[in-house]
Design a protein around this ligand. Structure first.
Ligand code: AMP
Ligand code: ZN
Length: 112
């Protein structure tokens, strides 16, 4: 499958890793939209939020258990935003599930 984030997860395309375990990887966004902009992905291919099933429950929970660890590591004690774009209207460009962690400044109060 020709998936950019599967290739990053497999180490075939380089990334600036900030966290990795057997199930997930977090790396810096190549075009940051905030001083801290990190993407958290499952290593297994899931196309988007729409493709999450009950079989992924433990994996998705794990992602959200690790996000605060990454936020602490990045000194985001003042707060941060977690975003997942799903589909065309949200502007999803990479069709491998990912959660953006944005922080390091006071973020826009507008979300849409
Ligand atoms: P989305 O628009 O929600 O699908 O987010 C995709 C994100 O992936 C964008 O913020 C891109 O800047 C980021 N991105 C694309 N290619 C790479 C790459 N090779 N390494 C890191 N981030 C990337
Ligand atoms: Zn993939």
């Amino acid at each position: 499958m020709d998936c950019l984030f599967c290739k990053i997860a497999a180490g075939e395309i380089p990334s600036t890793k900030v966290y990795e375990d057997d199930q997930i990887l977090a790396f810096r966004d190549i075009a940051p939209q905030a001083p801290t902009h990190i993407l958290v992905i499952p290593k297994v291919h899931i196309a988007s939020v729409n493709e999450i099933t009950g079989a992924h429950s433990a994996l998705i929970a794990h992602i959200f258990e690790v996000i605060p660890t990454i936020a602490a590591q990045e000194q985001l004690e003042n707060g941060y935003r977690v975003v997942s774009n799903c589909g065309a209207d949200a502007g999803q460009t990479v069709h491998h599930l990912h959660f953006h962690i944005l922080g390091g400044k006071t973020l826009s109060t507008e979300m849409a």
